[in-house]
Design a protein around this ligand. Structure first.
Ligand code: PLP
Length: 446
C-alpha cells in the first residue's frame, strides 16, 4: 500500500482557512500536526484524509480558546466554568487606577475598593489581592513569617486545585502549630500552645471547612472565644458571604445559607482579620479580600508580596461594581444572587417553553427533531458548588433528555449534567438571554 503524498503545509492551512476563524499561524500548526500524524496514510492519493485530520485539530484548538459557555449543570459556582459569573468589560481608555483625581496626585489602587468593602463589613480597612489563596499567603507572610500560627487540626483544609493550608503556611515562612484533634479542638488547646515559648505563636488561624463537614463527636472553638487569647485571630471564611442577614435580598436569607460564616458577623464576634474569595458567594470576579484591623492590613500592604499579588484594574473595576450593588442592597443585579433566588416556577416555565417548541418541531418534522418522549420537564436540584456549602441542594427545574447527550451539547457550547444515562439541563444556572441558544441546541439533537 502506498501512503498518500502529503499536501504542502501551506496548501493544507489555506484549505482550513475557509472554515476556521483561527489566525494563519495556528492553522499552519494544525496542518503540520496533521501531516506529521498521518505519516502512515490510507493509501489513497487524495488529500481528504489530511484535510479531515487537520480540521479536527483546528476545531479542537478553536474550542480550547476562552469563550462564553452556557452552564446548564445547575452548579452555581462551577470552578471549571469560572465560578461566579460577573462581566468584566472596559472601554478602551485609561482609568484613575492609581491617581487621585481631586488632589491631582498619585493615589492607591487599594483605597477606593478597599473602603467600600470596609464599609460593607463595618470594619476599619480592607484590601484586595488576586484570590483567596493569595490573601492567606500574604496575611501569613506579613504577620507570622518565622513564627508560629496555631490552627485546629480539624481545619487543615484542602480546597480543590491544590490549596492546602499546611503548604500555604510553609510557603509563607510561618510555622504551623497544630492544636487539638481532627474532630475536637478546645480553647484550652490554643491556650496550651500559647504558653509554650518554643511555639512562638504570632496569630491563631481559623479556617472554614468550606468543602467538607465533620459530624458526630465534634467540637471546635468559636471566633468569639478565640478572640480572648491575646493574639490576633485571622478567619479564612472562604466563600465571601458578606452579611448573614443578606440585606441585599428582598426576602429572608435562603435556608441553605444557614451555618455559613459571614464576614461582618465574624468581625463583630472578634476576628481581627477576615479573608475570603471574590468569586464564590460574594458573586464577583476572581479576587481575594482581606478585611479588618487597620494596623494588620497596613503590615500586609507594606509586605513585598503585596505588589506581586495585587489585582489588575479590570478586576478592581468589577469588584467596585459588586461592592456598590451590595451597598445599594440590590442583590438582583448580582448574577449569583439573582440565580440563587429565582423561584422554581419561573425556571419551570422557561423549560416548558423550550420543551413545547421541541414538541412542535416533532409534529412538523417527525424525522429531524428529537422525539417528544425524550424531552421532559422535571424538577431537579442545583448546588452552590465552588467548594462551598457541601451537601446543600437548591430546588430547581429544567429539561431531562434521555441518554448521554453531553458531547453533542458541548458542540453548542452548552455544558450539561449527565447522570445514569440521562442528561439534565438545569435552568437555574442558564441565563434567560441564553434560552434561545439552549432551544437551538436541544432542537439540533439527532
Ligand atoms: C476557596 C477557599 C480558599 C481559596 O480561595 P481562592 O479564591 O480559590 O484562591 C481558601 N480558603 C477557603 C476556606 C476557601 O473556601
Amino acid at each position: 500500500m502506498n501512503s498518500p503524498r502529503p499536501p504542502s503545509v501551506d496548501a493544507l492551512a489555506r484549505s482550513l482557512s475557509e472554515n476556521s476563524p483561527l489566525p494563519q499561524p495556528l492553522l499552519v500548526d494544525a496542518a503540520r500536526e496533521a501531516i506529521a500524524s498521518s505519516a502512515t496514510g490510507s493509501g489513497s492519493d487524495d488529500h481528504t484524509d489530511f484535510v479531515a485530520v487537520a480540521s479536527a485539530i483546528a476545531t479542537h484548538q478553536e474550542a480550547s480558546l476562552l469563550q462564553p459557555v452556557i452552564n446548564a449543570t445547575g452548579v452555581l459556582l462551577h470552578t471549571n466554568l469560572g465560578r461566579a459569573p460577573w462581566p468584566i468589560s472596559h472601554p478602551t481608555g485609561y482609568s484613575n487606577l492609581e491617581f487621585d483625581l481631586s488632589q491631582g496626585e498619585r493615589g492607591s489602587r487599594q483605597q477606593t475598593v478597599g473602603r467600600l468593602f470596609a464599609r460593607l463589613c463595618e470594619t476599619e480597612r480592607a484590601m484586595v489581592v488576586n484570590n483567596g489563596a493569595a490573601a492567606m499567603l500574604l496575611v501569613l507572610a506579613a504577620l507570622a513569617s518565622g513564627r508560629g500560627v496555631a490552627v485546629g487540626r480539624g481545619e487543615l483544609v484542602e480546597i480543590g486545585g491544590g490549596f492546602r493550608v499546611p503548604e500555604v503556611m510553609s510557603q509563607s515562612g510561618a510555622k504551623l502549630v497544630e492544636v487539638g484533634t481532627t474532630n475536637r479542638t478546645r480553647l484550652s488547646d490554643y491556650q496550651a500552645a500559647l504558653t509554650r515559648p518554643s511555639a512562638d505563636i504570632a496569630l491563631c488561624l481559623k479556617v472554614h471547612q468550606s468543602n467538607y463537614t465533620i459530624s458526630g463527636f465534634t467540637e471546635s472553638v468559636e471566633v468569639s472565644e478565640m478572640s480572648t487569647l491575646g493574639v490576633p485571630v485571622v478567619y479564612d471564611i472562604g466563600s465571601g458571604l458578606l452579611d448573614a442577614r443578606c440585606p441585599w435580598l428582598a426576602d429572608e436569607p435562603p435556608q441553605w445559607l444557614a451555618g455559613e460564616p459571614a464576614a461582618r458577623q465574624s468581625l463583630e464576634a472578634g476576628a481581627d482579620l477576615v479573608v475570603f474569595s471574590g468569586d464564590k458567594l460574594l458573586g464577583g470576579p476572581q479576587a481575594g479580600i482581606i478585611c479588618g484591623r487597620s494596623d494588620l492590613i497596613e503590615r500586609c500592604a507594606r509586605h513585598p508580596l503585596a505588589r506581586a499579588l495585587r489585582p489588575g484594574g479590570h478586576v478592581l473595576g468589577a469588584l467596585q461594581e459588586v461592592a456598590l450593588a451590595y451597598l445599594r442592597r440590590d442583590g438582583q443585579s448580582i448574577p449569583f444572587w439573582a440565580m440563587a433566588t429565582k423561584p422554581v416556577s419561573e425556571l419551570r416555565a422557561r423549560a416548558e417553553a423550550i420543551a413545547s417548541v421541541a414538541l412542535d418541531q416533532v409534529v412538523v418534522d417527525q424525522v429531524a427533531g428529537v422525539q417528544v418522549s425524550e424531552v421532559q420537564v422535571a424538577e431537579m436540584f442545583s448546588v452552590p458548588g465552588g467548594g462551598t456549602l457541601p451537601g446543600v441542594e437548591i430546588p430547581s427545574a429544567g429539561i431531562v433528555l434521555e441518554g448521554d447527550r453531553g458531547e453533542e451539547l458541548r458542540s453548542h457550547r452548552l455544558v450539561a449534567r449527565v447522570s445514569q444515562d440521562q442528561t439534565f439541563l438545569d435552568f437555574r444556572t442558564i441565563f434567560p438571554y441564553q434560552d434561545e441558544d439552549v432551544s437551538n441546541a436541544v432542537l439540533g439533537l439527532k
